[in-house]
Design a protein. Structure first.
Length: 515
């Protein structure tokens, strides 16, 4: 441990001020980046707790969140409150138990607190307010509706029937963007309000949106146009049902994808009610019978004469029938069916095999026609028409492969954040390691250069001393000092390269770079 500390302290002592500053800046930047990424990943994801709140409800909910030490944010000018996604359901249940939000829509809870001395007029007004609030809450359950308000007008009862005015109602809807209401839903809202108020009819309910656009069409709610639309939907359902039955039967015989059936159904939408009263004179029954006897006395010696008459009343057999014909009965059917032929493999040129189209026989077509007739309920008295034709299906059409859409992970956002954090940390570590390696190489090269330079200076000083000590002339006296210096330097460089080849190679690279 002491050796490691000594190496580290020696390494930092060899660094220059600029190198120490660079290492400090890089280290601090890496630490700051890691802290920032950890904070970003651990930051809670916010979701909508309540939206479209009035200021009173919003202030009460915020106060409760502060008491529970729950972080929150406000949007839409304080009308929307966002809390951490993990706590949203617990908070909704907890706040609902405390009756929040309570003042957005007032329902029957207006009668929870009763006070003495309330007049009949105030009770009627409170009942109407409660009914309007309950209807608004019910309408808010629709996915397409963001806000709703209901206004009900119930006039006072008049003495005479002809003087009474009908009850009316108005519904104002705030729709969500991109979700327009269908006419069926609008009619459903009208009937909902009408069924909740005594004496109110659906035609007297007006539905508008928050922009003032009239959504309901009270004048034509029972008109021919609306009836025709319903009839068209019923006709489509009948045709699709019969076509599906016939096609399923055919595909069970000829194979899947080798049959196609289309049905045209002519429906009878007339509504007829008939009452039949029939009499059967041959079948009679005794209804009543009356017998009258008359006695006449002629003399005392003779017995009285008796005359009897019988009156019998017969009831003729009578049959009364009240017949209501069903609406939407089938008047006539037209069915067109296409059946593919068969493919027979045929050898061509002795090697290649091709598929040859073979049409179906008349006997097979007759059997398939009978199958279609039984499937759709063929009735010759209605002049139904059935046509089953054998034709080749898409000979030159290439079959397309199915593309299966991969289901994404539900928590892909959290997973991507964690992966990004890991990659960022690895990148920061690699960057710091790369900078430290570069600084280490630079320091080693500089140290080697200084060692060789000091060795050369010492060599020059030693040679000068040797030359001064020599008195007798020698062959070396004729060699110049520079030549001796170069020879000694070459010798030491050779020894240095043999002992430390890696550092010598780095030093050569530095010299080449400087040149």
């Amino acid at each position: 441990m002491a050796a490691l500390q000594h190496q580290i302290s020696g390494f930092f002592r060899q660094l220059t001020l600029a190198q120490k500053t660079l290492i400090s800046v890089v280290t601090l930047a890496g630490i700051a980046a890691i802290i920032g990424l950890v904070t970003l990943v651990n930051r809670p994801t916010y979701a909508t707790l309540f939206s479209n709140l009035n200021p009173e409800d919003a202030s009460k909910i915020v106060e409760k969140l502060k008491e529970k030490s729950v972080p929150y944010t406000l949007e839409d000018n304080g009308k929307t409150i966002l809390v951490p996604k993990q706590q949203i359901y617990d908070l909704r249940l907890s706040l609902a138990g405390e009756g929040l939000p309570r003042s957005s829509v007032i329902g029957y809870e207006i009668f929870d607190r009763t006070s003495l001395g309330v007049s009949d007029f105030v009770q009627k007004v409170n009942y109407r307010r409660a009914l309007e609030g309950e209807l608004a809450r019910t309408i808010l359950q629709l996915d397409e509706v963001e806000g709703a308000r209901v206004h009900i007008v119930v006039p006072e009862k008049a003495l005479f029937k002809e003087d009474e005015k009908p009850a009316t109602a108005s519904v104002v809807l705030k729709l969500k963007s991109g979700k327009p209401l269908k006419q069926d839903i609008i009619r459903g809202i009208s009937h909902l309000v009408a069924s909740s108020v005594e004496g109110l009819e659906a035609n007297n309910v007006t539905v508008v949106d928050s922009k003032g656009v009239l959504l309901s069409d009270n004048n034509t709610s029972n008109s021919l146009a609306s009836l025709t639309s319903t009839q068209y939907e019923l006709q489509q359902k009948v045709e699709a049902y019969l076509a599906q039955k016939a096609q399923a039967m055919l595909e069970g015989v000829v194979g899947r994808g080798n049959a196609l059936v289309q049905v045209n159904a002519d429906l009878d939408f007339r509504k007829a009610e008939r009452t039949l009263e029939q009499y059967d004179p041959e079948n009679t029954a005794v209804r009543s019978e009356q017998v009258n006897e008359e006695k006449t006395t002629t003399s005392d010696s003779l017995p009285p004469s008796t005359r009897a008459s019988t009156i019998t009343n017969y009831e003729i057999n009578k049959t009364i029938e009240h017949i209501v014909e069903s609406v939407g009965g089938i008047k006539r059917l037209s069915v067109a069916a296409l059946v593919n032929g068969t493919q027979t493999p045929v050898e061509k040129d002795g090697e290649e095999k091709v598929q040859e189209y073979v049409p179906r026989t008349p006997e097979e077509m007759d059997q398939l026609t009978e199958i279609v007739k039984k499937a759709v309920g063929y009735n010759p008295t209605r002049n139904d028409e059935i046509s089953v034709v054998n034709l080749p299906f898409g000979i030159n059409v290439q079959q397309e492969d199915f593309l299966y859409k991969q289901t994404p992970f539900s928590d892909w956002y959290e997973i991507s954040q964690k992966v990004f954090l890991i990659l960022a940390m690895l990148g920061a570590l690699l960057l710091v390691r790369s900078l430290l390696n570069r600084l280490r190489v630079t320091i080693g090269e500089t140290a080697g250069y200084e060692v060789m330079r000091s060795g050369a200076d010492g060599l020059r000083t030693g040679l000068s001393a040797k030359r001064q000590a020599i008195v007798l002339p020698s062959p070396e006296a004729e060699i110049s000092e520079e030549a001796l210096l170069r020879a000694e330097r070459r010798k030491r460089i050779t020894e240095y390269m043999q002992q430390k080849p890696e550092e010598a190679s780095r030093l050569l690279k530095v010299w080449l770079a400087e040149d």
